[in-house]
Design a binder for this molecule. Structure first.
Ligand SMILES: Cc1cc2nc3c(=O)[nH]c(=O)nc-3n(C[C@H](O)[C@H](O)[C@H](O)COP(=O)(O)OP(=O)(O)OC[C@H]3O[C@@H](n4cnc5c(N)ncnc54)[C@H](O)[C@@H]3O)c2cc1C
Length: 811
């Protein structure tokens, strides 16, 4: 066994084997996998091992298609062929028009990743799958590449190829401890000796938190028991002359695929169970949980009704095993929060289908610092302080119970809520607020007209349309008040703070006291990594001279990680998170200055406190820091208040606002207004797949300012020219918004992808942002949007269609 290597991957299921193989593909051969028992002896060996292209966003679709391509290549390897039923086809069933509508959106989104789904009616479903009845069926989504693979053979094939490329695999070698050294390298302690390495990867499957505990972290991953059974031979299958397509059923919560000449039927029962919450028997190896078919009788009834042939055959094997879930159902693949040189590929609930792709994207991140797709939807840092085991278990149960029921736009399911609140949450709830969830925070979405108001889940505009219009109208004509909680805020002190930030940002960093500026941080490939405001506060009785670095709520761990990673030991810079201590109240609208002046002493005139100013003050009796910034396009102030004083500040603003028509507004109104200003959203419009020039951020880049992270790569990219350009679009329909991921077409060619879309209530237009082919980025370029299967015209417009001169913001 080696005593020193570059990377140690812990765990020899699909996650570990795929990561090991892909590390060698990215050029690192001095890598090792350690497995406590035999390869695949965790969950992988008994997986139903279905492999589909279906995913909720383009990153998931892209990584799944990578799996399919890779598995086909492995299956066709004459030296070591493996069993892969590639391209049997699969149908995701639907019995509501709303589900069909969603499938049409997913087909549009997948087309942009070169994946061709088909939305078919009930008769066509039955034609392709002769065993099913069309009762209570409208149709389904067809994935022609769906199939299943032998999981053990797959892992052996990946390990074999990795070994051939120089990697080593140590079986029956339990990891018993992990030690990190001052230089951030690791020692992996195993029962067979220690291995020093630069980087460790946790691929421990359901033992993820045993491995996590060795490095002092707890991962938000919980296991559920999950069952399937295999039937005896079904004559209709034996005699069909072709393999049966796979089925996934959101109506009765089961999946089904052919196994030999019978069927494999898997269940997502409502009466489900977590597993291993209080520890896992060390001898649970190559093992299963006890059968419990009583739990799944409700699901079985639905499956029998759909496939009557099932009732005529016996069950010959039941499999019940642990399967891992995270808080949002997507795995955790990437850097481990709060650690250096530590990665994970965990929480895989469809690991056989996805594992090829996860290992691919993780190996790229380890070797190159970033993957070819934006991996935020998988990033372990997307959950922050709220991500504990109790919340994870509740969300795991909810997700399991809804396995095939996708989330509609704006749908936030109830389990584990509220996770993060401020003192205002109950106050706003009493005012009729409906909440959305941002990084666990309950944030006002809109104000309900009545307590029982419940809009339809839909990909079209819903019953909130007029409510949002009214909130926007009040902001436009009077003044509105909104709470923005969880906004990421890092206080940066020390003499070198500006020099440090200058290195991190690709544009100028203002040093002027009392000023705020927006800027962008790039990664080493010159791509957009983060967006932040920098506010310079002079020394005061509240602290020394300092910068407040502000960015999106979800970026709390991500941005802190990126900033601390680049701190130099000889720099006088200190970083402190204020994210959970302070909340923002937004005061927006032409009468915002009047309201502010009525409850805060001082001169708030445009001359004394212009746009992009920052000042400490009191709102009534509440200490506050006010910034003159606007995401709405109206005159607006961000009022940052310590949570202990939040209610006091709120009362003062409401009281002062009475004379000016102040009303509450929520996140939906903000979304509408920011689209009219062409303001961008982190991880919607701002992603690591594009550089700042492609993203239209030219005015925030100063290539001549000296060195900054990503500069060299950006210069090279600039010379090569853009691959796509971010544009503002007007979409010609009032049926519904353009949804992120939807494809823009010219004829049958995909020429762009939507990143954001919402109705602009002040200008009465349906607006979107999209990355499009550079040749089509000019104002006036026409194209078609595939909006849930319907082709609608879209035209490139000039940015900031509302108040393009910014007169209202600066007024
Ligand atoms: C019944 C069932 C059906 C399923 N069907 C499908 C399906 O149809 N399609 C699909 O895509 N997915 C399916 N899944 C899910 C899929 O099987 C899993 O997502 C996948 O196998 C997880 O792989 P893994 O590598 O993360 O974990 P595992 O396979 O559990 O591998 C983790 C490995 O880490 C090792 N390990 C743990 N601790 C240590 C340590 N301290 N030292 C060294 N090694 C350690 C373990 O021994 C184990 O081998 C199914 C799961 C179940 C239970």
């Amino acid at each position: 066994m080696k005593s020193r290597t570059k990377v140690v991957v812990i765990g020899g299921g699909i996650a570990g084997c795929s990561t090991l193989y892909h590390l060698t593909q990215e050029g690192w051969s001095d890598v090792v996998l350690v497995e406590r028992n035999e390869l695949t002896s965790g969950t992988t060996w008994h997986s139903a091992a279905q492999v589909t292209n279906f995913g909720m966003n383009q990153t998931m679709v892209g990584l799944k298609s990578h799996s399919i391509r890779l598995y086909k290549e492995l299956a066709d390897d004459p030296d070591y062929p493996i069993n892969y039923h590639h391209g049997d086809g699969g149908i995701r069933l639907a019995n509501t028009e709303a589900q069909m509508h969603g499938y049409r959106h997913f087909a549009s989104m997948a087309r942009g990743m070169d994946v061709q789904f088909e939305v078919i009616d009930a008769e066509e479903c039955a034609r392709r799958h002769p065993l099913i009845s069309t009762e209570n069926l409208i149709g389904g989504l067809w994935d022609p590449m769906d199939g299943d693979i032998d999981p053990a053979q797959l892992c052996q094939a990946l390990a074999r190829r990795a070994r051939k490329a120089g990697a080593e695999v140590y079986r029956n070698t339990p990891v018993i401890g992990l030690k990190q050294h001052a230089d951030d390298t690791w020692t992996v302690l195993t029962e067979k000796g220690d291995i020093d390495c630069d980087i460790v990867v946790n691929a421990g499957g359901y033992r993820v938190n045993e491995v996590g505990a060795m490095m002092g972290v707890h991962h938000p991953v919980a296991s559920m028991e999950h069952q399937y059974f295999l039937t005896e031979e079904i004559p209709a299958i034996r005699d069909a002359g072709h393999r049966m397509p796979l089925l996934r059923c959101p109506i009765s919560d089961y999946y089904c695929r052919q196994e030999k000449n019978g069927l494999l039927l898997g269940f997502y029962e409502q009466d489900c169970k977590t597993w291993g919450m209080d520890g896992i028997d060390p001898n649970f190896v190559n093992a299963l949980c006890p059968d419990d078919l009583d739990r799944v009788t409700d699901v079985l009834e639905g499956a029998f009704a759909r496939m009557p042939a099932l009732m005529e055959v016996g069950v010959h094997t039941v499999v019940n095993g642990p399967i891992t879930y995270t808080i949002d159902g997507a795995p955790l693949v990437g850097p481990i929060p709060g650690k250096r040189n530590a990665f994970c590929v965990i929480g895989l609930r469809a690991g056989l289908g996805e594992g090829g792709g996860h290992g691919w994207l993780l190996a790229q991140q380890i070797v190159h610092g970033e993957a070819c797709y934006d991996t935020w939807c998988l990033d372990p840092r997307r959950f922050t302080g709220h991500a504990n085991v109790e919340l994870t278990a509740l969300k795991a149960i909810e997700d399991y119970q809804n396995e095939f029921r996708f989330h509609f736009p704006h749908e936030h399911r109830p389990a584990g809520r509220p996770a993060k609140t401020t003192p205002l949450t109950p106050v706003l709830a009493a005012e009729g607020a409906e909440f959305t969830v941002v990084n666990g925070w309950e944030r006002v979405d809109y104000i309900k007209p009545s307590p029982d108001f419940a809009p339809t889940h839909s990909f079209d505009f819903d019953e909130t349309f007029d409510l949002v219009a009214a909130e926007v109208a009040n902001v436009q004509t009077n003044v509105g008040l909104a709470e923005v909680n969880g906004f990421n805020r890092i206080e940066i002190t020390g003499a070198d703070r500006h020099a440090f930030l200058d290195r991190m940002f690709c544009g100028p960093v203002t040093k002027r006291d009392g000023r705020v500026a927006l800027g962008y941080l790039l990664n080493h490939h010159g791509m957009v990594k983060a967006e932040a405001t920098v506010a310079n506060l002079p020394a005061s009785d509240r602290g020394p001279a300092r910068v407040w670095y502000g960015s999106a709520a979800a970026s709390e761990f991500h941005d802190m990680d990126w900033l601390t990673r680049h701190l130099r030991s000889d720099e006088d810079v200190q970083l402190r998170s204020l994210t959970n201590d302070q909340t923002i109240l937004i005061l927006a609208g032409p009468k915002a200055r009047d309201v502010l002046g009525a409850c805060a002493r001082g001169d708030w005139s445009a001359e004394a406190f212009p746009w992009l100013g920052v000042r400490e003050c009191f709102i009534g009796i509440a200490p506050a820091t006010v910034m003159g910034v606007s995401f709405s396009g109206e005159l607006a102030y961000e009022i940052h208040v310590p949570n202990a004083s939040l209610y006091a500040a709120y009362l003062a603003l409401r009281q002062a606002g009475e004379a000016y028509g102040l009303k509450l507004f929520g996140a939906r109104a903000v979304e509408s207004m920011r689209m009219e200003k062409s303001f961008l959203h982190w991880k919607a419009d701002l992603i690591t797949e594009f550089d700042p020039f492609e993203t239209g951020l030219d005015r925030f880049v100063r290539l001549d300012k000296g060195d900054f992270i990503g500069r060299d790569a950006l210069l090279q990219r600039q010379a090569e020219g853009p691959r796509r350009k971010l544009v503002a679009l007007q979409v010609q329909t009032d049926q519904g918004p353009a949804h992120p991921g939807a494809s823009l077409m010219r004829g049958n060619e995909v020429i762009g992808t939507i990143t954001s879309g919402e109705w602009g209530h002040r200008i009465g237009q349906n607006l979107a942002h999209a990355f499009v082919d550079p040749g089509l980025a000019d104002v006036g370029s026409e194209m078609e949007l595939d909006r849930c299967g319907e082709r609608v015209s879209a035209v490139v417009t000039a940015p900031s269609p509302y108040d393009p001169d910014f007169g209202r913001i600066k007024s």
